[in-house]
Design a protein around this ligand. Structure first.
Ligand code: FAD
Length: 484
């Protein structure tokens, strides 16, 4: 197997799995790396060990697809075509140029190769290196959360965090929950919590999803998505979850932990309508304001971004030679789009690595579905947005950067009194974004409070790396993808 072209796929979510299966089926050796203990990513996330009876929370066809992906992966692993490395946290991908004639001859041409550096295990104090001929980035997205007074209280968690708890540990975060923010992710979170026995006091959505009904073209092209939305609406009704659209949480209350939230209605400009505030008792607030693509690894490889997502061509190739990208790293678009992009990326990478010219006609139906889904999610994007008033809700004593405990007041002072005109200068003046998460959490809020567009932050490494690991980078002899 080791004489076959070798593709490293980073991320074992729907996109990475589809890419791995497509490439392995075309005769390429694949190493699939993921920081999680099991394949599946966010959508097919399951407990580390399978429980005796899994509770049904996702539609049947999704569970069937998840099982099919699992079984196909197991077959390829068994046959030695795929190495699946779990608990591998990739912190850097290094391009190695083979300009020397003998290196190039050994590799059958002047192609570059890649070394994928990954931290291992729960302590992440050890690193391994996987060497590959090409890299496929399928690292998905992460949640955007905007601050408001009380958002740091215990009991407030991200909507995706609540979902991960439900799917990954079969645990519920509390007894009475409010699910709030904006975006379609709030629907599975609210219905999932309700199905698991949590009393969901309200789903508070700042957008007005009815605006989507005017996008008739996008809706007509995706009847499956319309049916899914109707199913969620029915489940909300069945569990008596109050749906508050064009509303927002203005404050979370509590002494030691969350006890209640105040919600208020929004006017047409996204401002709080005075006099509409009401208090909802709850011990859990699951809040999220949409998703953002993970682009750290792509940026360090020199891939061009389009907005905040990795730019790809029709074959899912990035601008960086030998690097493909698929799924939410190329733009937020849900599980079906991630599967379609992953399949095309895997087919294209395999064809190019084996020297066979890719024939897009072979994946034309998948490409058609990809186009429709991209159009649908672009339309969805125009509907779901945080309310215009979110910056007004951030009081001067609201902590914005949790790692460095920088408040809204400190950021405003840096902008208004000290002349900081961009998030980087705000960071230098206040330390906002200098902590453990390197601004992944507070970046959108700092940019918004500074009156700037959110820009990619160009972090050299995708994860915090121990100095000992850095000191020994490049010295590893063992490549886990070759140990079979
Ligand atoms: C927190 C969260 C919860 C979500 N829940 C739902 C839901 O319930 N329903 C729904 O329809 N959609 C949900 N989504 C959206 C969902 O992510 C997509 O629809 C779909 O899973 C995207 O597939 P993907 O393969 O692009 O990314 P993902 O499924 O996110 O998979 C990316 C994978 O890459 C791995 N990874 C990332 N960076 C690294 C790294 N540096 N090293 C190693 N591995 C890495 C991650 O561990 C993950 O397994 C959720 C998104 C998020 C962020």
């Amino acid at each position: 197997m080791t004489d076959r072209p070798h593709l490293a796929v980073i991320g074992a979510g729907p996109a990475g799995l589809a890419a791995t299966l497509a490439a392995a089926a075309q005769g390429v050796r694949v190493t699939l790396l993921d920081s999680a203990a099991r394949a599946g990513g966010q959508f097919y996330r399951r407990p580390a060990a399978e429980p005796p009876a899994a509770r049904p929370r996702t539609p049947h066809h999704h569970r069937r697809t998840g099982r099919r992906l699992d079984e196909a992966l197991a077959r390829h692993v068994e046959a030695g075509r795929v190495t699946h490395l779990t608990d591998h946290h990739v912190w850097f991908v290094e391009r190695r140029s083979h300009r020397r004639a003998e290196d190039a001859a050994e590799r059958g041409g002047p192609r570059d190769s890649f070394t994928v550096h990954a931290l291992l295990g729960p302590d992440q104090d050890d690193s391994v290196e996987v060497r590959a001929d090409a890299v496929l980035l399928a690292t998905g997205g992460y949640e955007k959360v905007l601050p408001f007074p009380g958002w740091t209280l215990p009991g407030v968690l991200t909507a995706g965090g609540a979902q991960a708890m439900l799917k990954g540990s079969l645990a519920v975060p509390g007894r009475t929950a409010v699910v709030a923010g904006t975006g379609p992710l709030l629907l599975p979170v609210a219905t999932g919590l309700a199905a698991a026995g949590v009393e969901v006091a309200a789903l508070v959505e700042s957008a007005d999803p009815r605006a989507f009904l005017r996008r008739t073209r996008a809706l007509a092209a995706q009847p499956g998505k319309v049916a899914e939305a109707a199913q969620y609406a029915a489940r909300l009704l069945r569990h008596r979850v109050e749906l508050l659209t064009r509303h927002t949480v203005v404050k979370a209350h509590g002494e030691e932990r969350l006890e209640a939230v105040t919600v208020a209605a929004l006017d047409a400009d996204g401002r709080v309508r005075p006099g509409t505030e009401r208090r909802l008792a709850c011990d859990t607030l699951a809040v999220g304001h949409g998703l953002l693509p993970h682009t750290d690894l792509a940026e360090t490889l020199g891939c061009r971004l389009e907005g905040l997502a990795v730019h790809v061509d029709a074959e899912q190739r990035t601008d960086a030679p030998g690097v493909w990208a698929a799924g939410e790293t190329t733009g937020i678009g849900g599980v079906d789009l991630a599967l379609a992009e992953g399949h095309i990326a895997g087919r294209s990478a395999a064809a190019r690595l084996t020297g066979a010219p890719p024939d897009p006609r072979e994946w034309a139906p998948v490409a058609k579905s990809r186009a429709g889904l991209r159009e649908f999610f672009a339309a969805l994007d125009t509907v779901y947005a945080p309310p215009a008033c979110w910056t007004d809700l951030v009081t001067d004593d609201t902590v914005v950067c949790r790692c460095e405990e920088v408040t809204g007041g400190a950021i405003r002072e840096a902008v208004a009194r000290l002349g900081a005109g961009d998030p980087r200068t705000v960071k230098l003046m206040t330390r906002a974004g200098m902590g453990w998460c390197q601004g992944r959490m507070c970046g959108p809020a700092v940019a918004g409070l500074a009156g700037c567009e959110l820009a990619p932050s160009r972090r050299p490494f995708a994860r915090p790396v121990p100095l000992g690991v850095l000191a020994h980078a490049g010295e590893a002899d063992d490549d886990p993808s070759e140990q079979r």
